[in-house]
Design a protein around this ligand. Structure first.
Ligand code: SAM
Length: 233
């Protein structure tokens, strides 16, 4: 899987992605990360990439030209072979990201992420290059970098070879439409709290049953909206 990030702050992306599990996957060659500083593509002698919005209003907008030229340079190989790469614009106006979207994106070989700043980006270039508009939640960030990192991290975990233990991605919250059951590790008693007896029993069928009940209970209490979808399946 190759991630290419169009951004004004490449160091923010590289610092986070080259750390921990994603960092190891990049070192192993399972993931490839390329960042592109949109500012390198400005035709403005002061390296500005923003201008005032037509019609007035607060703040500045990123201009179409440097964003398009950065995209064209990064996507050149795919475009030459007749393929328009999957290109995700991070925006509060996008569809809210979820596990199903992470799984869908993980099937791609290459994804380009476009990070906005200031008040956003000229709509015309979004229309021209973007295939998916994604929001990471109903709040406003200062830029798309943190949002792109959230999406890349969730997608990367679905890519074979990224997680050490392949089974763990399949048993976590959301994969079966429910929240995950509570988990415990050693010692079996801590601060007077004991690990549920069934988990020490070695009886796999009972453990599975207990976990399923806990998942259902947790989801009922915390996310009844998920439970409604689960019972429709
Ligand atoms: N004026 C925009 C609006 O009201 O929708 C907000 C712009 S925001 C200050 C700057 C950039 O941060 C956006 O272009 C986008 O790339 C990113 N961003 C902010 N909140 C986000 C969110 N919830 N999800 C994804 N990206 C977000």
């Amino acid at each position: 899987m190759k991630f290419t990030v169009l951004t004004l702050f490449p160091e923010l992306i590289e610092g986070a992605m080259n750390t921990s599990i994603c960092g190891r996957a990049i070192s192993k060659g399972v993931l490839e990360l390329k960042t592109c500083d949109i500012r390198d593509y400005t035709e403005n002698k002061n390296r500005r990439v923003d201008d005032y919005p037509y019609g007035g209003g607060a703040g500045m907008l990123m201009q179409a030209q440097p964003v398009y030229d950065a995209y064209a340079a990064m996507a050149a190989e795919s475009l030459a072979s007749g393929k328009k790469p999957r290109t995700v614009f991070l925006t509060p106006a996008g569809k809210v990201f979820d596990q199903a979207k992470a799984e869908e994106l993980a099937k791609e070989d290459e994804i380009i992420f476009l990070c906005g700043h200031y008040e956003g980006i000229d709509e015309r270039v979004i229309e021209e290059i973007v295939t998916d508009e994604i929001s990471i939640g109903d709040y406003v960030l200062t830029g798309g970098e943190l949002a792109s990192l959230v999406v890349m991290d969730a997608v990367a975990r679905m890519v074979p070879g990224v997680l050490g233990n392949e089974t763990s991605a399949g048993t976590e919250s959301f994969t079966d439409g429910l929240l995950e059951y509570p988990q415990y590790t050693r010692p079996d008693e801590w601060h007077g709290k004991k690990v549920p007896e069934v988990l020490l029993s070695g009886h796999h069928a009972n453990i599975e049953k207990w976990r399923k009940e806990q998942s259902l209970q947790r989801t009922r209490e915390r996310r009844p909206d998920l439970l409604e979808k689960f019972s429709d399946q």
